[in-house]
Design a protein around this ligand. Structure first.
Ligand code: RNT
Ligand code: ZN
Length: 433
């Protein structure tokens, strides 16, 4: 695909003396405000970000005869060439991205990324053997591995319903699939350390739903069966949603349902940034929820007008989310995962952009002169608080970010794009589509 002209200097390594000088100046500026840049960098790089595998293949999965996303209310748009079509390709692609993203990583797969050697295996019969390649690969890289049952893109999604269906055979199938998924996550945990198993399902109705209670009652019961047994090392989370394509009127697992489910059952909750009303702030949910729920999984995403799953950028929402993550003191109980899928640009660039943006926002949050601002708020000096918060936009954040990238042995500025382009020319452009 066409490449825009970029400055030649991109290919050259950053000049260490210049970097060091800029960073020293930044350190002084932040220190005046009581902020330790070294500590902030260390803390920002240590937060494990779980990269979603489905950016590689537009949420297609590896199952023989895969169904389209239509049975799930999700939509990936675009047809940029070079889409990954095998597990090996997804892994190879992410290795390229991972080298360009500073800080700790994990990986996040769905049940539909099982590798069954071309033999169809029913989703309720999946087991750890179908995921050994993922585990070996993560072990090689020192990454944890997270999991998601795939309750969409499947013929057993009947009338748009899975765990909440009125027919027991449908419900039971998905209960078995979700239990199998937790077993798989337990196997990940055994080999790679704690594993998040996140349940999201598309259940809902298109129009003027009459029985809104029945499906919710059935979903609560089905989830209780799924979660009945303790799985050591597995962190169970449930993900709510406002609506999906084709199910605009009613979502069985809405926010209230899952928030209360998690609070009463003691499992974790997942907040996806695209799953709320466009002006509703996920950031503000953190400190409230963390009082009552142990684990909060964040699906970092970017909706444009709707739950469009655009590539994550360092925008106001992301900054607010990370600010609240740090300020709330709940960081140790937050789990970070990305969830977006853009098929219209180089997919590896999409990963790098999104994951770098999350890391950047975390660093930005950790560099907040929080103590000063909080003190101003406490004593009632609203003008000083505003002034301190406004100052954040003027501080030399870029120099600290550059230093963090340098420390983490990853490219600065636009330089990562050089590697992504080279890979597109040599590898992606050779793929069939
Ligand atoms: C769907 C949810 C869910 C999925 C992935 C593929 O709206 O956000 O998390 O995007 O599991
Ligand atoms: Zn999500």
């Amino acid at each position: 695909m066409p490449f825009a002209r970029l400055p030649e200097s991109l290919n050259q390594a950053a000049k260490p003396e210049q970097l060091q000088q800029a960073y020293s100046y930044a350190q002084e500026r932040f220190a005046e405000l009581g902020v330790d840049c070294e500590k902030a960098i260390e803390a920002a790089l240590a937060v494990p970000l779980s990269a979603h595998c489905w950016q590689a293949d537009d949420v297609t999965g590896l199952e023989a005869g895969a169904e389209t996303l239509d049975s799930g209310g999700l939509k990936a748009t675009g047809n940029y060439p070079g889409v990954a079509t095998t597990g090996d390709q997804i892994r190879q692609d992410f290795e390229v991205a991972a080298k360009l993203i500073p800080g700790a990583l994990r990986f996040n797969i769905h049940a539909m990324y099982a590798e069954t050697g071309g033999r169809p295996v029913a989703r309720d019969e999946l087991d750890p053997r179908h995921f050994t390649a993922w585990v070996d690969w993560c072990k090689d890289h020192g990454w944890g591995l997270d999991f998601n049952p795939t309750c969409f893109a499947h013929p057993m999604v009947a009338d748009g319903l899975t765990l909440s269906h009125h027919r027991k055979t449908v419900r039971d199938f998905w209960v078995r699939h979700c239990i199998a998924s937790r077993e798989i996550a337990r196997y990940f945990a055994r080999h790679l350390g704690p594993s998040v198993c996140n349940i999201w399902l598309p259940d809902g109705r298109k129009d003027s739903t009459v029985d809104r209670r029945g499906p919710r009652e059935r979903l609560a019961k089905a989830l209780d069966t799924v979660l009945a047994h303790k799985m050591p090392g597995v962190i169970d989370t449930v993900e709510s949603k406002l609506f999906g394509i084709g199910v605009e009127d009613y979502t069985v697992g809405n926010h209230e349902f899952y928030l209360l489910y998690a609070a009463t059952r003691g499992c974790g909750i997942c907040f996806d940034m695209g799953h709320f009303h466009p002006t509703e702030s996920v950031a503000d949910k953190i400190s409230a929820t963390a009082l009552f729920v142990k684990h909060i999984l964040l699906h970092v995403s970017r909706g444009v007008r709707w739950d469009s799953d655009h590539v994550v950028r360092l925008n106001d929402e992301l900054r607010a989310l990370c600010d609240e993550a740090v300020r709330s003191g709940a960081m140790g109980r937050l789990l970070w995962a990305t969830d977006f899928f853009d098929a219209s640009i180089n997919r590896i660039a999409a990963w790098v952009l999104g994951l770098r943006a999350v890391r950047k926002a975390l660093l930005f949050a950790l560099l907040e002169p929080y103590k000063l601002a909080a003190e101003a708020e406490r004593v009632g000096d609203g003008a000083a608080k505003l002034a301190i918060e406004e100052l954040r936009a003027e501080l030399p954040f870029g120099a600290v970010w550059d230093w963090a990238c340098h420390k983490a042995d990853t490219p600065l500025g636009l330089a990562w794009l050089v590697d992504v382009r080279r890979y597109e020319e040599t590898v992606l452009s050779q793929r069939g589509r």
